[in-house]
Unconditional design. Structure first.
Lengths: 556, 202
């Protein structure tokens, strides 16, 4: 039997992979998608609709297997089995990096935080504005139509805000402000910082055949009705319906194959269950495995022609790793709400409002740091009263205080972008292999001065806001969360016009290998103060249509 | 429902035998819901619980401590919510927790012997609370009681975890989640954005 040659092999099914798969399949290309993990079954794998007392360990997870120092949403009993454990990684001796990965079909879009702000020219032209690094090879004008199409596709709830760093888009009705939003907004007004509805890819009304949110609780454990954007609910069904998709699950991509002409010819992968090696062949290859994993696959694709990894003539593969510094810059409570009846204000266990970047807007150097950060405020009646450890004592008074404070908690989280740095990169560990025999990624990363200045600045501002809102500040992080905590890593396959300084061109196509594309946050020059998913979708939509154009022209 | 039965089966496996579940107040409802177990509701009596990890005296001490931390008053407390069973289950799964709990209980009994000539469990309630106060309130902290304070923080943490994840505990808080809301919940005090004039709490 002649071996099958697909039009496109896509590695990964998350935001980038999902969008590429949908766009290409609907256009009539035959696509083989490789996904490192299994399919999730919303009914079995998303357990949020269960009560805590119906869970063996009340939702805390088995103490015997619970990983230390991981965020709560990881390996909770509510989504146990969805996050990656088998594929390991290493860090340079003085690097701390937490790397939560979801290898299930749809990847992290199953559980993401849903904040969806557009990047803008203040991001794309940041080097021109402040002299650091280089500009993006795209303009906002060029990207805006793609953002609009993505927003219409996935549904984003927000308002028109006319802020220089945050171009407005096409929005569903916003989330209503809760008591805590009203109070903190007053405080922000006095402190001179913005407090506005966030842009949230969560359906406040039914949209494009998807039901409206019913505000049951914690979206970070997955949505069993598909009322917020995820690749399996919004992208993959259309691809499957086209009849052009061959989705292979538990297929761990090992390396990209090449033909004698120096073009990509397919992908070698290992079946997770049988541990057997397979190859799949195609006319083009799209890498969309998420930033570090994409770099790892390409760095592991070595040949005589590419001793340091495929498509790496620039030596920039794995470089420019960026991440968001996260920290709880202020935590405390709002005494105005003490003893008030409980209120369903923790409707998604994620912020519905934000304090969008307000620094260095008119003058790139008005602060002691360059560029800017955003802050997410959140609080209210969450399921578990984790503020108990800020209350002394025991007995009836302790119990009464826990009850009185139930509607009052408030926390501010800073989202500060790192600047690209030579010290922050991914390479392949020369000695360590994972349990499938594939050399692992080794991460080198440190916070830089600029983001640490933002962290300290945000602490001061959040303390001021808390004070002017009449809140009581009880805690402020001394150190940021470990790098990797935000799950917003970018870089490693940077796009650019200069062949010597970038891995792909402005369309995400490899400079070196014309039929190799990258469709995830790897191509971003930095992480900006905004989250990555909406931009991954918009950039991928653009790359996919560029790829289709090459097919039409007969180049692939 | 299919998904739930896996968890139920797992707990029964941990308990060793299905019959054990019948004497397990926190979990009796689950065993009952599991059709194949063969118990009828009348057989399920929350009687003597056989701890998975703790000795009987240790277990009774844990139960007493959790009841002092979250007592029954106008509303039910830790024992009604099955908190000591929860703590025993969690501790049974983790050697590090086992060491910390056992070391802490030993400290408490040694401390109690020194101050009142009896182990903690055999002291009167007033003596017990008097012993715990310096461990629980920053203002009353004593030197040389660091081990005791650490243990108290640990048992308090697990008591809170067990209580506020139980049906009773979430009812106590009037947890508003896991409901169906037609619209995103909206502040009902729009005319008072600073919330300075709310009705006083009941």
């Amino acid at each position: 039997m002649p071996k099958q040659i697909y039009d496109v092999i896509v590695i990964g099914t998350g935001a980038g992979g999902g969008m590429a798969i949908k766009t290409l399949c609907q256009a009539g290309l035959k696509v083989c998608a490789l996904n490192a993990g299994r399919q999730l079954d919303p009914e079995k794998d998303f357990r949020y609709h269960r009560r805590s007392w119906e869970m063996t360990y009340r939702g805390f997870g088995d103490p015997k297997t619970r990983m230390e120092n991981t965020p709560d949403f990881l390996d909770s009993e509510y989504n146990k089995g969805a996050w990656e454990h088998d594929i390991t990684y290493t860090t340079a001796p003085d690097t701390k990096w937490m790397w939560p990965r979801c290898s299930a079909v749809g990847g992290k879009t199953n559980f993401w935080g849903r904040s969806s702000a557009r990047f803008s020219d203040i991001d794309f032209k940041s080097a021109t504005l402040d002299g650091y690094d280089t500009d993006w090879p795209v303009t906002y004008e060029e990207m805006a139509p793609y953002y609009t199409r993505v927003e219409k596709m996935i549904g984003v709830a927000s308002t028109v805000q006319n802020r220089p760093s945050n171009p407005d888009g096409v929005y569903l009705p916003p989330f209503n402000f809760r008591c805590l939003d009203m109070i903190v907004q007053q405080g922000c007004q006095k402190a001179g910082v913005p407090y506005l509805p966030d842009r949230i890819a969560q359906l406040t009304v039914a949209h494009e055949g998807h039901p409206a949110c019913h505000y049951c609780g914690d979206c970070t454990f997955g949505c069993d009705v598909g009322a917020f954007f995820s690749s399996p609910w919004f992208l993959l069904p259309a691809a499957e319906a086209s009849g052009n998709l061959d989705l292979r699950t538990n297929a761990i991509a090992k390396n990209i194959l090449m033909d004698e002409n120096g073009l990509a010819s397919g992908v070698a992968y290992i079946d997770r269950q049988s541990r057997r090696d397979y190859e799949v062949h195609g006319r083009t290859v799209v890498v969309a495995a998420s930033c570090i994993e994409s770099a790892r696959i390409m760095l592991n694709s070595k040949s005589r022609q590419w001793p340091n990894g495929i498509a790496n003539s620039s030596e920039q593969l794995g470089r420019n790793l960026c991440d968001h510094l996260y920290a709880d810059t202020a935590a405390g409570y709002l005494p105005q709400l003490l003893g008030q009846p409980s209120f369903p204000d923790n409707v998604s266990a994620n912020p519905i409002a934000w304090m969008p970047r307000w620094q260095n807007l008119t003058n790139a150097h008005e602060e002691k740091f360059i560029r800017g950060y955003s802050v997410y405020p959140d609080g209210g009646c969450s399921e578990f009263p984790s503020y108990y450890d800020r209350i002394d004592g025991f007995g009836s008074s302790f119990k009464r205080d826990i009850k009185r404070r139930y509607p009052t908690p408030i926390t501010f989280t800073v989202q500060a972008p790192t600047l690209p740095s030579e010290k922050n990169f991914v390479d392949i560990d020369p000695t360590v292999k994972d349990s499938f025999g594939i050399p692992v990624a080794r991460i080198h990363f440190h916070w830089g001065d600029n983001e640490l200045k933002m962290f300290r600045h945000a602490k001061q501002i959040c303390a001021d806001v808390m004070d002017s809102a009449g809140g009581v500040l009880e805690n402020s992080a001394d150190e940021p969360q470990s790098p990797g905590y935000s799950l917003h890593e970018t870089g490693t396959c940077r796009m650019g016009n200069d062949l010597k300084k970038s891995v792909t061109n402005r369309f995400g196509q490899s400079h070196d290998i014309a039929n190799l594309y990258v469709c995830d946050a790897s191509v971003f020059l930095n992480c900006t103060d905004k989250t990555t998913t909406l931009s991954i979708l918009a950039f991928t939509l653009r790359t996919s249509e560029y790829l289709l154009e090459q097919f039409r022209r007969g180049d692939h | 429902m299919a998904g739930q039965s896996i968890e139920r089966r797992e707990i029964l496996r941990i308990l060793g035998v299905a019959a054990g579940a019948a004497t397990f107040p926190g979990f009796s409802k689950w065993a009952f819901a599991c059709g194949h177990v063969g118990n009828t509701p009348t057989q399920i009596k929350p009687a003597e619980y056989r701890p998975l990890f703790f000795t009987p005296v240790e277990y009774a001490t844990i139960a007493r401590l959790s009841d002092i931390i979250i007592p029954a008053d106008d509303t039910p407390g830790a024992s009604e919510a099955g908190v000591s069973e929860f703590i025993d289950l969690m501790v049974s799964r983790d050697p590090a927790l086992q060491r910390n709990f056992r070391r802490g209980l030993n400290w408490l009994d040694a401390h109690s012997q020194k101050t009142s000539g009896k182990i903690f469990l055999h002291c009167k309630r007033e003596q017990q609370t008097a012993m715990l106060e310096p461990l629980a309130y920053k203002k009353k902290f004593q030197i040389d009681e660091e081990h005791g304070r650490k243990f108290f923080a640990l048992i308090r943490q697990y008591t809170v975890m067990g209580f506020y994840t139980s049906e009773i505990g979430l009812k106590e808080l009037d947890f508003p989640g896991l409901n169906f809301y037609a619209d995103s919940p909206s502040c009902p005090h729009k005319d008072d954005p600073e919330h300075r004039h709310l009705a006083p709490p009941k």
